[in-house]
Design a protein around this ligand. Structure first.
Ligand SMILES: [Zn+2]
Ligand SMILES: [Zn+2]
Ligand SMILES: [Zn+2]
Length: 323
């Protein structure tokens, strides 16, 4: 039997939406939020995500927000004396209710491995423990997909079952602010489109803002994101930053860095997605921007890989000559 919810004032929903209103209002502020405001906007957005996914679970069954639902106790639940599940687990449970048990309907696509949610969590951790160096515009762009996801989720999958006047009012507020922020990001994307034109196959997504706006083309000694201005240093330095590894510890552990580029001789070929090919891996040299077909298993260089051989055409020719 489907659970179509009940019409009542539901504190977890209005509480989650309150975090969402706070986050989007700061992020969409004219001229961008002040640094301190930005910090709280990020923390509030993370809280909004947690609270809203759990609110939908709780509308169905309060025990589902407990880490261990079998230990549910109503008195402890009311007083908040329990460990609740995280965002990832909440999404898994929502999907299970929708797909396996067919108890609720979900129109929004919720993925527990959602990259935008993961990045938001990383950003929150950086803020809590280290402070952070991302620019305001990078955080605005990075958080936009999460804001949009939460808005769609509440609009399609929560509000129809809650009929809560206060929640409706909060959603109107979110809608208006979200429109400002979406327009702002789109306008900025437009303003850099000329700089990216013709370089689509060597343009990769920025680690900071998430936009396809880092052009890895040759000649540039210092790489920079056109969208948010993040500086990456030389191609080789950028290669380490993109893989999230540290050069010293990798080499100390016997790793040998990246595959060598036959065009510029730098060891800087990294597997990335590009603006020209966002759905499959490309092998790009961060030193010169050359786009290779793959990495040769024989000589370890980037190259044009011979079909079915895992070998570059040079190695293939040498082997062929020896027979
Ligand atoms: Zn950027
Ligand atoms: Zn190269
Ligand atoms: Zn080879």
């Amino acid at each position: 039997m489907r659970d179509d919810g009940k019409d009542f004032h539901f504190p977890p929903l209005t509480n989650g939406l309150d975090f969402l209103v706070s986050a989007v209002t700061s992020l969409a502020a004219e001229g961008g939020p002040a640094p301190r405001e930005l910090k709280y906007a990020t923390l509030h957005l993370q809280s909004a995500a947690e609270t809203l996914f759990k609110a939908r679970l709780e509308m169905h069954k309060p025990e589902l927000v407990w880490t261990k639902p079998t230990e549910y106790d109503e008195a402890k639940h009311q007083s908040g004396d329990f460990n609740s599940c995280g965002i990832k687990e909440a999404i898994k449970r929502l999907n299970a209710l929708a797909d396996e048990e067919e108890i609720i309907r979900l129109k929004a696509t919720l993925d527990p491995a959602n990259d935008d949610l993961k990045r938001l969590g990383d950003l929150r951790n950086r803020i809590m423990h280290f402070g952070w160096s991302d620019t305001i515009v990078a955080v605005q762009a990075r958080t936009l997909p999460v804001l949009t996801l939460l808005f769609d989720f509440v609009h399609h999958d929560v509000l129809p079952y809650a009929a809560d006047w206060e929640a409706e009012r909060q959603m109107d507020e979110v809608r208006g602010q979200l429109k400002h922020l979406t327009d702002f990001v789109a306008q900025r994307q437009n303003s850099i489109s000329d700089q990216l034109a013709g370089h689509e196959h060597s343009t990769t997504a920025c680690r900071s803002c998430g936009q396809y706006a880092v052009v890895l083309d040759g000649g540039a000694s210092d790489l920079e994101c056109f969208f948010c201005g993040k500086a990456y240093g030389t191609g080789e330095e950028a290669a380490w930053e993109f893989t999230g590894e540290d050069r010293h510890s990798t080499i100390k552990q016997g790793g040998n860095g990246f595959a060598t580029c036959p065009a510029c001789a730098a060891s800087a070929i990294v597997t990335v997605r590009t603006l020209g090919c966002p759905t499959a891996d490309s092998y790009i040299c961060f030193g010169c921007g050359s786009d290779w077909e793959g990495i040769c298993e024989w000589c370890g260089s980037g190259g044009y890989i011979v079909l079915d051989a895992d070998m570059c055409d040079d190695c293939y020719e040498i082997r062929y000559d020896n027979f």
